[in-house]
Design a protein around this ligand. Structure first.
Ligand SMILES: C[S@@+](CC[C@H](N)C(=O)[O-])C[C@H]1O[C@@H](n2cnc3c(N)ncnc32)[C@H](O)[C@@H]1O
Length: 338
């Protein structure tokens, strides 16, 4: 067991690691090293920064395990560093830009947000998260890469529910459409709607056309706090509700309820917070992230039951998507009368 002083020192140093990964990405070092090892002098010329300073950074990245140095003093990517290349099939480039930049700064607003009940992100940036992305299209692009479901997740979710008897599936806050694309590939007779903010429309179109299902699926832009497209047989809210405080989550759910017929189904894909936390989990990470960016929360099952009941839904079933991860699929039915 590591000594308490060492563990605390590691925690306090966490910001250095985040900042260094972010810096490596900002300087495009992983892409510059994609073709093979290079010297610090080469890298300084390619990045246009001071060689002496860059050398300190390269040394720190080597200590961190992102780079290694050969006998000719050249730097190369390690297996971990390779994951930061933009062309890596499982690239973390979007996450590095996002977590090390925008997200990292948002956490600085937590003390103020705890005191006044506001949102940490808004305190730091002077605007809310989605307005900020709207004003910075370059960040919006990283955002879509960053939030994309992990490889294999769409197949797992799609496999937990039989979509084939259902004609129209509406993915509310459907992002870049990757989940709906997977579902429609499993359910060839179904049609789909990806509903999201205008900033996601281009990413949605690209996925649907790329997956060859553009003719069975449309992208509709709008604000789910105002209304949700009607006429679907299955509605999906995947990784949406944690990003909102309770009153907005109830509004989004109620708008889904209003758009739905009495025999349609709502599927909610979210992390569920365990009743008691004993160790680091995705749920706790997701929770504090939701708090810092949106004033939202990862909720427990009873908290979900309350929100759903308030919005006119009954919770029929909860299935953990991958055991031990707390990622869960909640199947809900509209209550007959509201
Ligand atoms: C965490 S992402 C989840 C994306 C997708 N459902 C998934 O699981 O990959 C939240 C999504 O909600 C969308 N969103 C945020 N505010 C919205 C609003 N007011 N109306 C519609 N969509 C919104 C975002 O653009 C984003 O695509």
């Amino acid at each position: 067991m590591t000594a308490p002083r060492t563990r605390l020192a590691e925690m306090l140093g966490g910001y250095r690691r985040t900042a260094l990964v972010h810096l490596a990405t900002r300087l495009s070092l992983p892409d510059l090293l994609a073709g093979g090892p290079r010297t610090g002098t080469d890298l300084a010329a390619l990045t246009g920064v001071r060689e002496d300073r860059l050398h300190q950074v390269l040394r720190a990245l080597t200590a961190l395990g992102l780079l290694c140095q050969d006998d000719e003093e050249r730097f190369a990517l390690t297996e971990v560093g390779e994951l930061l290349r933009t062309d890596h099939p499982e690239t973390f480039h979007g996450q590095a830009v996002y977590f090390g930049g925008l997200s990292y700064r948002a956490y600085a607003g937590l003390p103020e947000s705890l005191a006044d009940g506001g949102i940490a992100f808004d305190h730091v940036f002077g605007t809310d998260y989605y307005d900020h992305l709207d004003r910075h299209p370059d960040l919006a692009e990283h955002y879509h890469k960053m939030i994309a479901l992990a490889p294999g997740a769409a197949e797992l979710i799609g496999g937990l529910f039989d979509f084939t008897p259902h004609r129209t599936i509406v993915d509310v806050g459907g992002g870049n459409g990757s989940l709906l694309a997977e579902i429609l590939s499993l359910s060839p007779a179904s049609r789909g709607v990806v509903f999201d903010l205008p900033l996601s429309a281009a990413a949605g179109e690209e996925t649907l056309v790329g997956r060859g299902i553009g003719d069975r699926c449309e992208v509709v832009s709008g604000d789910f706090r105002v209304s949700v497209p009607p006429g679907g047989d299955v509605y999906i809210l995947s990784r949406v509700l944690a990003n909102w405080p309770d009153e907005t989550a109830v509004k989004i759910l109620s708008n889904c309820r209003d758009a739905m017929g009495s025999d349609s189904t709502l599927l909610v894909f979210e992390l569920l917070m365990p009743e008691r936390v004993r160790e680091a989990t995705f749920a706790v990470d997701g929770d504090i992230n939701a708090l810092a960016h949106f004033g939202g929360a990862v909720r427990t099952r009873p908290q979900f039951e309350r929100l759903l009941a308030e919005s006119g839904f009954r919770l029929d079933e909860v299935r953990e998507v991958v055991e031990g991860t707390h990622w869960s699929l909640l199947r809900c039915t509209p209550e007959a009368a509201r």
